[in-house]
Design a protein around this ligand. Structure first.
Ligand code: PAF
Length: 299
């Protein structure tokens, strides 16, 4: 149940850049027993992010959205510089969605110690085993950067609940594991992937795609749904649908980094069918790296 309205909150969304200022205002609200929902983002918001905001609004008195393009989770050859930063447009969307606070820290504010990744906390170390395969194999250091920034954000906001999208399946698994070792008692919600009408998973990076690439990108979700269909139709040998799908996907996209069926918790590759599995892929269409996944439940 949400608590009664509070004088500390007017209906205007507030943008805060300073973490101490955010902690002060949230501290006051927490002392009045307000629950805080938190949606961490890198901006360039789409319907996927907004679905997380709506869930947070439903479950909490206050919703905080952070927008921070985190330098430590990008590799040296990745798209950190060109990553879209449409802050004005994002603010309009968040205001419309009735968010209470946008937190827009600076790199210096988040990383006063510098950007070098050193000294992972025990909670992060406990999650490292989930970072070795899938995206972790192709983006060395990426999940360490994600954990470092999410731990910092959790420490600043200390929400009751935090919301992540299932499209970043491995990220959500890593954050959930790390969270188990953190002292903040945050409940994590992983919400379903939101798709375009034709099935393409929504992503801030979709805007990089040219019209011709956008057409070819459709093969990504179609491939995953096809693998699921074959397994649900009784295919027992997981290698067969995967190698067929891999071959077919490679005809549409420019390169396939991985296409795997794994255990939903350990993220270890599976050779035999089990009750719950997840099929995931990462591939390049032009210069754009796309990821997607689909859960397969056999009973
Ligand atoms: O999923 C994202 O947008 C980012 O990886 C996150 C969780 C906000 C950390 O920078």
């Amino acid at each position: 149940m949400l608590s009664a309205p509070c004088a500390l909150l007017d209906h205007l969304m507030k943008q805060i850049t300073d973490s101490k200022q955010l902690q002060d205002v949230l501290g006051k609200l927490k002392r009045r027993r307000k629950t805080i929902g938190f949606v961490p983002t890198m901006g360039a918001l789409h319907e996927g992010h907004l679905s997380l905001v709506r869930k947070s609004r439903k479950q909490n008195d206050i919703t905080v959205v952070s927008i921070f393009v985190n330098p430590t989770q990008f590799g040296p050859k990745e798209d950190f510089k060109k990553y879209p930063r449409p802050l004005r447009k994002d603010s309009v969307l968040l205001k419309k969605a009735e968010v209470n606070f946008i937190f827009t820290p600076t790199p210096e504010g988040m990383y006063p110690e510098g950007l070098e990744k050193k000294g992972l906390s025990p909670a992060m170390k406990a999650a490292l085993s989930l970072t070795k395969n899938l995206c972790g194999k192709f983006r060395p250091g990426h999940f360490e950067g994600v954990m470092i920034v999410v731990e910092k954000l959790f420490r600043i906001v200390q929400p009751s609940r935090a919301y992540f999208g299932a499209k970043d399946y491995q990220q959500a698994a890593v954050i959930q594991k790390m969270n188990e070792g953190l002292p903040f008692k945050i409940k994590i919600y992983v919400e379903p992937t939101i798709r375009e009408k034709d099935g393409l998973a929504m992503s801030s990076r979709n805007q990089y795609l040219s019209p011709e690439e956008r057409k070819r990108a459709l093969a990504v979700s179609q491939t995953l749904f096809e693998v699921r269909r074959k397994i649900l139709a009784g295919e027992k040998n997981l290698k067969k649908p995967i190698s067929e799908a891999h071959r077919k996907l490679a005809l549409s996209v420019d390169s396939v980094q991985y296409l795997e069926i794994v255990d939903p918790e350990t993220l270890k590759p599976l050779s035999k069918v089990q009750k719950k599995m997840v099929v995931l892929t990462a591939c390049y269409v032009g210069k754009t790296r796309l990821i997607d996944n689909v859960i397969i439940r056999t009973s």
